[in-house]
Design a binder for this molecule. Structure first.
Ligand SMILES: [Zn+2]
Length: 800
């Protein structure tokens, strides 16, 4: 009798909690249906209103201004003490003031937090659909495994970590479903500025979303950070840790051990629940640290992604065995692909089912081993502190007086956002990062030059990223133990204060100030590296300079007055991330600009409207031809074509400037028939290869206004780009060249350096009355390479 009353009560209670389909009208994962973020949020609000096992929390706003919510799911008792458990997590994470016995006791008592999210790549649609069902099940399911998870853990469920993108993609699909364009590619970026690069901003934190996630992660210090992606190596159904080599040497080994345990546990769980096809250790390595779902490893949160198979959007697809790679058609079991997938239908519901299983496997494992995992997180922090007490580098010193001091301040602020402790030293006047701190491995990872190991496998992403090199910031590693006097002279700081660098061309921030002065109708003149301002109220000028951490300096020459260029930034329908990064940097540095599309370029008369047209990195064919007609709604098909190329030639002939980034240079060389050649064009990948590394170039003529403020030997991000030879009939200037006598490599992996030695990296080609500026590298790569921004910033003042 008692039992049936309880049963009735439970049924009554759960009957009030709405299922996803009762609110959305669809079960998440249904064919041809995608919930938007707004739909998901609407559902989670109802879920939270009807269950005391789930609490919503606003973490911030998105780039496009949406209210961004996440859910904490556990027992009501645990949720009532959420702040307490967050506090314990943070204390254990830094391993300070807690001894071994206390750490073990806290690990025993606490309810740790596990982060699971609905992914940031919005076209990988199952990510954010599966979290809706997962949220419902975690809050309502009465099966023993769900109960154990609720009792032992607090799940931090980010039903989307790209709310803007989820809306953009779901709305795009809704408008095309049932038409010939149902599976056509998205013609815009699914993060306002950076699209698919939104997971590669993990240490730089340029985007609002990266900052929101990082801030929240520092607050909850989860044990596990699990991000869902979709694009498994075919025919695998889900790609799991252990990942491919190489991996960073600066993570605590505990993180990697747990990654392997988690990955194989997921595979075992999926096999056991009738979901074959788990695969490990192919294609994706974790050498590049910048993935948002990798960075928390350096804070000793076990962080990883998985890649579930994807067709396109919510459209199902039938796979036959003859589509499989030859080597995998015989269904042979392999050590790390032991339950081969046999083909057949693959639907969104399948992807959601695999993800749900994978998320549950992680929670099951953490519910069992939470005590060990919690202690390990503490232990990793303690080990890191102890390691750098004994081993170099003992500190990094960043002088406050340097070539571009405001950019050095930006670097310091990035570290602070990551939870890195920074000190101010009085003598020398410098910022000091002591390495005996819990997350010091991250600092080493970002500051040291990368040495890529000799491996057969080609790197998946870039191989060198050393931030002081990229940003043109002077930083010194202290390799001998620090003296007590040095330590005594340090004061911990939480913000950069009192910096006022000379207002001249050396600082990128000076050009931001110039743009603000021009916008305020002031007059600006350039003479070499000097900048003179007139016709502006002194208090206005002072406030602009202070805002940019600059101070006025006396100038010797009057110089040549400059004005704000009328700038066009080419935006294609190929959803070009490099365009987005450029747009973001223009906004950050207050450069006025207009986006121009194919039709605007084809329309011609460009010189009437613009002084500068910037072509972001793209393959020549993409610029010319764009999307093939028939593959996308008509207004997004095609490129600028012959007509657009004509218009660009006319624009430069009449005195305009075209700036071409990286492979867009090849478009300019072809279409303008420039007397320049790509010296790397004929080389095979076994002769020359670079998927992204840092190379030194030399400025040929420091007096050239296009080189103003650049250091004499700037470091550039070279990524699958060209290098230039000029032909005898060349008219113009080689701005920068790779050194002739030695390899230009500073950080990362470069195969066949002799092929690039002595070649031109940046050229200003004279064409008609105008200029074509070719930059054979990534001058603003992912908003990181501040040290080479001036290569295009300066060109913005060329046409006057
Ligand atoms: Zn992805």
């Amino acid at each position: 009798m008692k039992i049936s009353v309880l049963l009735l009560l439970t049924l009554a209670a759960s009957a009030e909690v709405p299922t996803p389909e009762s609110v959305l009208g669809h079960k998440p994962g249904d064919d041809f249906y995608l919930a938007t973020y707004d739909d998901a949020l609407g559902y989670f609000r109802k879920l939270a209103a009807s269950s005391n096992r789930i609490k919503l929390a606003q973490v911030g706003k998105t780039t496009q201004g949406r209210d961004w919510y996440i859910a904490f799911i556990s027992t009501p008792e645990n949720l009532a003490k959420l702040d307490h458990y967050k506090d314990v997590s943070r204390r254990l994470a830094v391993a300070r003031g807690i001894n071994e016995a206390q750490a073990r006791q806290l690990a025993h008592e606490t309810k740790p937090i596990i982060h699971i999210d609905g992914g940031l790549h919005a076209t990988e649609v199952a990510n954010a659909q599966h979290t809706i069902q997962l949220g419902y099940d975690l809050a309502t399911n009465e099966a023993p495994d769900y109960k154990t998870i609720r009792e032992n853990l607090i799940t931090e469920l980010w039903f989307s970590i790209n709310p803007d993108g989820q809306n953009i993609v779901a709305n795009w699909y809704r408008q095309n479903v049932g038409t010939p364009y149902e599976v056509s590619p998205l013609p815009v970026l699914y993060q306002e500025y950076v699209g698919h690069d939104n997971n590669r901003d993990g240490y730089m934190l340029n985007m609002i979303e990266s900052r929101v996630v990082t801030k929240a992660t520092l607050e909850t210090q989860p044990l596990v950070f699990y991000t869902h992606h979709q694009t498994a190596p075919f025919p695998g159904r889900i790609y799991l840790p252990p990942f491919a080599d190489p991996i960073s040497g600066n993570m605590h080994p505990n993180m990697l051990r747990w990654l392997s345990v988690i990955g194989t546990s997921i595979a075992q769980y999926l096999d056991q629940h009738g979901m074959p096809g788990s695969m490990h250790q192919e294609s994706f390595d974790v050498w590049y640290p910048g993935y948002l779902d990798n960075m928390p490893n350096f804070r000793h949160t076990i962080s990883f992604f998985t890649e579930t198979a994807l067709y396109r959007y919510a459209t199902p697809h039938f796979y036959t065995i003859d589509e499989f790679p030859q080597t995998r058609q015989d269904m042979r079991a392999e050590m790390l692909y032991s339950s081969p997938w046999h083909g057949g239908w693959w639907r969104l519901a399948d992807a959601c089912r695999y993800m749900h299983g994978a998320s549950m496997a992680v929670l099951d494992l953490a519910a069992k081993y939470h005590e060990e995992m919690t202690y390990n997180k503490y232990r990793a922090a303690r080990d890191t502190i102890e390691h750098f007490e004994k081993e170099p580098p003992f500190a990094y010193v960043i002088p406050r007086e340097q070539h571009d001091a405001p950019t050095a301040a930006v670097l310091i602020e990035k570290l602070m956002l990551q939870g890195i402790e920074v000190n101010q030293s009085a003598k020398p006047d410098a910022w000091v990062i002591l390495m005996n701190q819990p997350f010091a491995g991250m600092v080493k990872e970002l500051f040291e030059p990368q040495k890529y190991p000799e491996l057969k496998q080609r790197p998946y992403d870039v191989t060198g990223w050393t931030l002081p090199y990229q940003m043109g910031v002077e930083a010194h590693a202290m390799t001998t133990p620090l003296t007590p006097e040095f330590r005594r002279g340090l004061e911990p700081i939480t913000s950069v204060r009192g910096l006022a660098a000379p207002f001249n061309h050396n600082a990128n921030a000076s050009l931001r100030a110039v743009n603000q002065i021009l916008a305020a109708k002031g007059t600006v003149a350039f003479a070499g590296d000097e900048i003179a301002v007139s016709n502006l109220d002194k208090s206005k000028l002072d406030s602009i300079l202070a805002e940019n951490r600059l101070r006025a300096v006396a100038t010797k020459e009057t110089g040549k007055s400059v004005k704000a260029a009328r700038t066009a930034l080419y935006r294609s329908w190929s959803a070009n991330m490099d365009e987005g990064w450029t747009r973001w940097i223009f906004e950050q540095f207050a450069f006025p600009f207009t986006n121009v599309y194919n039709a605007d370029i084809i329309g011609g008369h460009l010189r009437d409207r613009y002084d500068v047209i910037l072509l972001p990195d793209a393959q020549p064919r993409t610029i010319l031809e764009g999307h093939r007609p028939g593959t996308i709604p008509e207004r997004y098909a095609g490129g600028i074509g012959e007509q657009g190329s004509d218009a660009l030639r006319e624009f430069v002939s009449e005195g305009g400037t075209v700036i071409a980034f990286n492979n867009a240079s090849l478009f300019a060389i072809d279409q303008f028939k420039l007397p320049v050649e790509n010296s790397l064009a004929a080389l095979r990948p076994d002769q020359f290869f670079c998927s992204g590394c840092l190379l030194k170039v030399h400025i040929e003529d420091a007096k050239n206004p296009l080189a103003a403020g650049l250091s004499l030997d700037p470091i550039v991000m070279f990524e699958r780009g060209p290098a230039f030879d000029t032909k005898p009939e060349f008219k113009g200037v080689v701005l920068a060249r790779y050194p002739k006598e030695r390899s230009p490599l500073q950080s990362g992996y470069l195969l066949g350096p002799d092929h690039i030695q002595g070649k031109a990296a940046a050229v200003d080609v004279a064409y008609g009355k105008g200029h074509v500026i070719l930059l054979g590298f990534r001058p603003q790569w992912r908003g990181q390479s501040h040290g080479s921004y001036k290569f295009f910033f300066n060109a913005m003042y060329l046409t006057q």
